[in-house]
Structure formats: structure tokens, C-alpha cells
Design a protein around this ligand. Structure first.
Ligand code: SF4
Length: 279
């Protein structure tokens, strides 16, 4: 596989912070741990710790509109955009900024798929927005996936992180990208190699991009090693691809002949996250 050295980054934009746990994927929520640390360090915007909060100043400032460089934004990675306490007007404001900032691409991920489905019933999804749901298991994830599949838009993704079981014959109709990963931390739950192989196989059969981000604390051999020590290889291969149009226009892909782009380099830049967290 040709290595693409160009550094790709997703930048977080968090007009909402804080959340409440809603499903098994939330058990060891990364955002909660980080929010508590940021609160402890006195970072502006985390005065309420992990309690759901709408930051009106961030909506008014609309930082993405001021940034001219085409950027891939992850909206509310410290919250859930469709949280029950999020007022519709604030969600509208986010969507208006996404539409206006047409030179960027944005993506969002929710576990409140019913609300997202209702929200987009009479509203169009902007072309530069990728919407997605978490599918960590069959019981909680498949109903979310069904909700996502009813929404009229092309750019849909699902996130199977932490992957908690074999998703077997998952129906990926209308989904363009599946992102997966193992869980990190001392209390991490193990992702089995066979579950990852099974998910990858379904993506191949159904012609969907598959990106295995990382193994988390347990390696593919099932041994606990700790974060950063397990890597991302699946049977010695990087299974990391995504559709080209996930990148904002004018962002060059080094090897333009590829139909798939390795994106191990895509990651949330926490420096920027901290910076953008300040008013
Ligand atoms: S929905 Fe996401 S942000 Fe909210 S508690 Fe669950 S994992 Fe954390």
C-alpha cells in the first residue's frame, strides 16, 4: 500500500458540551473523562463539567465562518447534537453555519437517532454535512442505523466504536463509510478480531468504505496492552479507507489516482480543541 504522508486533520467545533449516558457505548465515555479534566484545569467552557450546555457565544462567534482554509470539522465531539436538552433553535443555528461555510466539510455523530430523524423530516441535510450514528451492538445500534437510513442524504456514516459484538449480517444500505475501533482505558471492553473481520467482510460485500481506527487497550490477540501499544493493523494490514468527498474541496489528496484514501492521519487535533474551547 502506498503511504500518503500528507497530514489530514479533523478539527472539533463544540457549540454544545456535556451529555448523559444513553447506551452501552457510553459506559466509558471519552468525552466525559476529558471534560472533567478540562474542568479541573479551569478551561473555559467546562464550568459545568459534563452537564449538557449550549454555548451561545460559540454559536454567535461561528468560528468556522471565519476560517477560510477548507477544513474537516467534527461537530460536538464533546456532546451529542441531538441531546434531549438541546433546543431546536440552537441546532438550527449549527445547521445554518454549516450551510454558510460551504468551503468546509462537517460531520456529526449521534446516539439520539430518533430525534435526528425527526429533525431532518422537513429539513434538508446540507451537502457538506456527513451524518452518522453509533452502532456498537445490534440491540441499540441497529434501530439507530434504520433511523439513519430513512434520512434523505448521500453522505452517511456509522461509527462502530467501541465495537462490542459481532454485527454479523449488518445491513449497510445507503451507508458510505463504516468507522470502527476498540475501547481504550483500564476498564476497556475487548473487541474480538473475528468481529472486526466480519464487519470488514460486510463492508466489502456491500461496497462500503471501512476504516479500523485502532484497537484500543486490547490487541487483536486479545491481550491487554494499554492504549497506543496495540496499533491498528488487522492481520497485518491497515484497513483504512474513506470516500474522497469526505475531505473539503480544495484539500489535495497526494495520490489522486486512488479511489480510497488511507486516513490513519485523520484525527481530532486536541490542541485546536482546547484552543477553540476558549471563548
Ligand atoms: S452519547 Fe457520546 S458523548 Fe454522550 S455520554 Fe454517550 S458516548 Fe458520551
Amino acid at each position: 500500500m502506498v503511504k500518503v504522508r500528507k497530514k489530514l486533520e479533523a478539527t472539533s467545533w463544540n457549540p454544545f458540551t456535556g451529555c448523559t449516558k444513553i447506551s452501552p457505548a457510553c459506559k466509558n465515555c471519552y468525552a466525559e473523562g476529558l471534560a472533567l479534566k478540562l474542568h479541573k484545569w479551569g478551561t473555559a467552557g467546562y464550568e459545568n463539567k459534563f452537564q449538557f450546555t449550549v454555548h451561545r457565544d460559540r454559536l454567535e462567534k461561528a468560528v468556522p465562518l471565519k476560517r477560510k482554509k477548507p477544513t474537516l470539522y467534527f461537530i460536538n465531539n464533546m456532546s451529542d447534537t441531538f441531546h434531549e436538552d438541546a433546543d431546536e433553535e440552537s441546532i438550527d443555528q449549527i445547521l445554518n453555519i454549516v450551510k454558510k461555510a460551504h468551503w468546509h466539510n462537517f460531520y456529526m455523530l449521534t446516539k439520539r437517532s430518533e430525534r435526528m430523524k425527526g429533525y431532518f423530516k422537513n429539513k434538508a441535510v446540507p451537502d457538506n454535512l456527513w451524518i452518522g450514528v453509533t452502532v456498537e451492538n445490534k440491540k441499540d445500534g441497529f434501530p439507530r442505523l434504520k433511523d439513519l437510513q430513512t434520512i434523505e442524504t448521500v453522505n452517511k456514516h456509522i461509527c462502530c466504536e467501541p465495537l462490542l459484538e459481532d454485527l454479523e449480517d449488518i445491513d449497510l444500505t445507503g451507508i458510505r463509510l463504516v468507522v470502527g475501533g476498540g475501547e481504550s482505558g483500564n476498564k476497556a471492553r475487548k473487541a474480538e478480531l473475528s468481529w472486526v473481520e466480519s464487519l470488514h467482510r460486510q463492508c466489502q460485500i456491500q461496497n462500503v468504505h471501512f476504516y479500523w481506527k485502532q484497537w484500543g487497550s486490547y490487541g487483536p490477540d486479545g491481550v491487554f496492552k494499554g492504549k497506543g501499544k496495540t496499533g491498528y493493523l488487522v492481520n497485518g494490514k491497515a484497513l483504512q479507507s474513506f470516500p474522497k468527498n469526505l475531505l473539503p474541496k480544495n484539500v489535495a489528496v497526494q495520490d489522486s489516482t486512488r479511489s480510497e484514501v488511507p486516513f490513519s492521519e485523520i484525527k481530532v487535533n486536541h490542541q485546536k480543541l482546547f484552543r477553540s474551547s476558549r471563548p
